[in-house]
Design a protein. Structure first.
Length: 427
């Protein structure tokens, strides 16, 4: 597949002609609401086998072949030209489809209220793309009981599609992560044992295969208690055939005093069957406008993670959303940014008739617009280019897979490129 960035004056019909396919095929693949309207800077995935390279000044068959992991002789053969050919600027060369690697895919589902038919339909739509489906979340209580999320028959639907169900356990109280609750669960062994037993019984009844702890804002003083908690959980769960995993906040060093000081990557990685990195939320609801998961920052987390944990245990976390910040920006005003899907962000740029820009350091798209009241907005989101950069990172570090937060946010380019880059493992 090819990523095409819309230039000024281009139409979908003309872009289709460039690649030898119909504009209807491009519109369908990218789920465009109105194929007649595009934003300058909008990234489209062109659904072709392989891709094309347009020769730039100074490039040769050899230098181009190195970009794609080919020999110059192979590149010449594929394009029916002599290996000694002198290329001209603008010449189109065909690049074969890349070799796919095998990864796991973990997707969270967060039904906060009663399950809607649209949620079930979206689950069914994505099952072929998944290894694990994580039900967010079972809230651990201070007495060791569990508060279950609404699920209906989603776990059964996943099982029928050969997708493993992950039972997500959180230290949430009143919609917030509670370090006090976590401390109770870590330090009171009677409560802890009751919690583990309730988890095992629920997993057996519902059909969960993995127990996934997403405990956040753990106090640095509870660091060793959390390690022992996870070690005890592993022993209990492995004894009955369940795997155990944890979500890890983004760390770039083994700090023991920072907001993430309660998390020990190395120890937790040794104990657990796998971990997921929450490599997002640099840009968040109360931050200044910026990329949610800037590649340069994500890379730093991955580099530290693989120095502490075997790469085959690590999932890279990826957001399926962006934010629309309203001026004046936080923290001065305390006004929350509005979350929106990548598809909604592109449609917003089109409706406001503004171009989409791209930050090459963060590898993320963004744009500015002024609303009907003349107030400035900054929007940062994900597109085909940003997700391809993350896929390249997964391959570079030989990670186990990718974890998505969360189901229900439209990003068709992600799923197109996922299948172009990888084979999704079914365990």
């Amino acid at each position: 597949m090819q990523i095409h960035v819309v230039q000024s004056g281009q139409s979908l019909y003309g872009i289709g002609q460039t690649y030898g396919i119909s504009y209807e095929e491009i519109a369908k693949a990218n789920e465009l609401e109105d194929p007649s309207r595009l934003a300058v800077g909008q990234a489209l995935v062109i659904p072709i086998v392989g891709s094309y390279h347009w020769v730039q000044a100074g490039q040769t068959l050899y230098t181009i072949s190195q970009l794609y992991g080919l020999t110059f002789e192979e590149l010449a053969r594929l394009n029916g030209i002599s290996p000694n050919s002198v290329l001209y600027v603008g010449q189109r060369l065909y690049i074969p489809q890349r070799e796919k690697t095998i990864i796991d895919v973990f997707l969270y589902v967060e039904p906060r209220e009663a399950i809607m038919e649209s949620t079930v339909a979206e689950v069914r739509r994505r099952l072929r793309d998944l290894t694990y489906l994580g039900m967010f979340s079972y809230e651990a209580q201070r007495d060791g009981s569990l508060k279950a999320p609404p699920m209906d028959d989603i776990p059964a639907i996943a099982t029928q599609a050969n997708v493993l169900n992950a039972m997500v356990i959180t230290n949430m109280e009143e919609f917030s992560f509670s370090p006090e609750l976590a401390h109770v669960l870590f330090s009171d062994l009677q409560v802890q044992n009751r919690l583990f037993e309730n988890i095992v019984q629920t997993a057996k009844r519902i059909g969960f295969s993995d127990i996934h702890f997403d405990f956040e804002f753990i106090r640095p003083s509870d660091r060793q208690l959390y390690i022992q908690f996870i070690r005890s959980a592993r022993a209990r769960f492995h004894a009955v055939g369940l795997t155990i995993s944890v979500a890890l906040p983004p760390k770039t060093s083994d700090s023991t005093t920072s907001i993430y000081g309660g998390i020990d990557y190395k120890s937790l990685g040794e104990i657990c069957d796998f971990v997921t990195l929450m490599t997002y939320e640099w840009g968040y609801t109360y931050s200044d406008p910026q990329a949610v998961s800037p590649l340069n920052q994500v890379r730093r987390v991955v580099e530290f993670a693989v120095s502490q944990i075997p790469s085959e245990k690590i999932f890279l976390g990826q957001n399926l959303y962006g934010y629309d910040w309203t001026f004046p920006y936080p923290p001065e005003t305390g006004v929350a940014a509005r979350a929106l899907s990548p598809q909604q962000a592109v449609n917003l740029a089109i409706s406001r008739n503004v171009g989409i820009q791209f930050d090459t350091t963060a590898q993320a798209p963004f744009f500015l617009y002024w609303d009907d009241n003349g107030v400035r907005h900054d929007v940062w989101f994900e597109d085909a280019r940003s997700i391809q950069a993350k896929f390249n990172l997964i391959k570079e570090f030989n990670l186990r897979g990718i974890m998505y937060w969360k189901l229900g946010l439209s990003f068709p380019q992600n799923w197109l490129l996922l299948h172009d880059n990888f084979i999704v493992r079914k365990r």
